[in-house]
Design a protein around this ligand. Structure first.
Ligand code: PLP
Length: 380
């Protein structure tokens, strides 16, 4: 569809042909083989090379950032392919010290193959510059971070990466391409777990890399075919269906998250709330510049448990609160239409504070969510 239409219109019509007799909805193509003989046609021989259901999803996803997308079986499969594609010559991977723990686990697992993870507070741009000067590197950023929702200035990171000749990757899972466009700030690639808000219904796992670099895109496709981290056609079809309503969902979720964050910031049982929409000063300027249309569905907060709660009080209080809701689902992950929350440090490799609760705002009315949170906090 013509790029003169808005991204919202292009997503609604994604994957649909306009000739007479074609289905007016995207077809699901569950095929492991395609009719073929002679010289293989790219993507149309064996199902590990390509599938029309992935290609429709890739076209829609790439269109959000005026780029091309390569989809994978999960966010982690996408991250693995991206690291393998980029880290060959550049062994150091400079990661945020407070980002998604799965990326720390993955880069740690790649150590025996020569990858050296370097953990840096990426809000400290002097430290980022020093890390890149130390060795040929990949700069792996995440903003806002999961689960502390810290914002890094993408314009500055892009400049620092370009000056160092370093490819910048941004894990854009929390914001989605609708709210933040890392490629416009100099990133070589945006990384997505499509499992979250991009698909939005908590019914699949998928991942993607979006880039404007033909060489990198080719490498990613080659790694996908060779390693086999391919999406299932049904998951790709579901994800495209979800993507069509992403603009509506993400806007409502960001409004809900903002309302909840503001409410929690004045709650007597809460001592800290983490949400980009509550930032002030320079951090607020960066957040507003790179996320002009909203700050996403995810926030986190820390409780002020009663003194009588004991040493493990913060964790115990958080566990009690997340099981006391009647509407918000106690569950991991984020970005679905249903609101969810969890005590994040229950995961072994997580470095978040013991009592931190991560909340993903769904699309329910904000008043219902706030009433549910207040009732749950009353158990303290
Ligand atoms: N990136 C972020 C920020 C995530 O939160 C996650 C999953 O929670 C991933 C990547 C990995 O995605 P997946 O679970 O789809 O493999």
């Amino acid at each position: 569809m013509s790029e003169s239409f808005s991204v919202e219109s292009r997503l609604v019509h994604a994957g649909v042909g306009r000739s007479a007799g074609q289905p007016a909805t995207p077809p699901l193509v569950p095929a492991s083989i395609f009719v073929s003989w002679g010289d293989p046609q790219p993507g149309r021989g064996y199902g590990r090379e390509g599938n029309p259901s992935w290609e429709a999803l890739e076209a829609a996803l790439g269109g959000i950032e005026q780029a091309e997308a390569v989809v994978f079986a999960s966010g982690q499969a996408a991250s693995t392919a991206l690291l393998l594609a980029l880290a060959g010559e550049r062994k150091h991977v400079v990661l945020p010290s407070d980002g998604y723990y799965g990326t720390r686990v993955l880069t740690g697992k790649l150590r025996p193959y020569g990858v050296i993870p370097v953990h840096v507070d990426q809000q400290d741009l002097t430290a980022v510059r020093a890390a890149l000067a130390a060795a040929p590197s990949v700069l792996w950023a995440e903003t806002p971070t999961n689960p502390l929702l810290r914002v890094t200035d993408l314009a500055r990171l892009g400049e620092i990466a370009a000056a160092a000749g370093t490819p910048l990757v941004v894990d854009n899972t929390v914001a989605t391409g609708l709210l933040q466009r890392p490629l416009d700030w100099g990133a070589a690639a945006s990384l997505y777990s499509l499992t979250k808000a991009s698909s939005g219904h908590s019914d699949l796992l998928l991942g993607a890399v979006v880039s404007r670099d033909p060489g990198l895109l080719g490498e990613l496709r080659a790694w996908r075919s060779a390693a086999g981290g391919i999406p299932g056609p049904f998951e790709a079809w579901l994800a495209l269906r979800g993507l069509k309503t992403l603009p509506l969902r993400i806007s409502r979720q960001a409004q809900n998250a903002q309302a909840i964050a503001e409410h929690l910031a004045t709650h007597p049982r809460v001592r800290a709330v983490h949400y980009p929409g509550l930032l002030t000063g320079v951090a607020r300027e960066a957040a507003a510049r790179q996320m002009p249309d909203g700050f996403g569905p995810l926030l986190s907060f820390e409780l002020d448990p009663p003194k009588t709660a004991g040493a493990a009080g913060a964790a115990k209080a958080a566990d009690t609160v997340v099981t006391s809701s009647a509407l918000i689902v106690p569950a991991t992950s984020f970005g679905g239409v249903e609101s969810t929350w969890e005590r994040r440090a229950r995961w072994a490799s997580e470095t978040a504070p013991e009592g931190l609760i991560r909340l993903s705002a769904g699309v329910e009315p904000a008043a219902d969510l706030i009433a549910d949170i207040d009732r749950a906090l009353e158990v303290l």
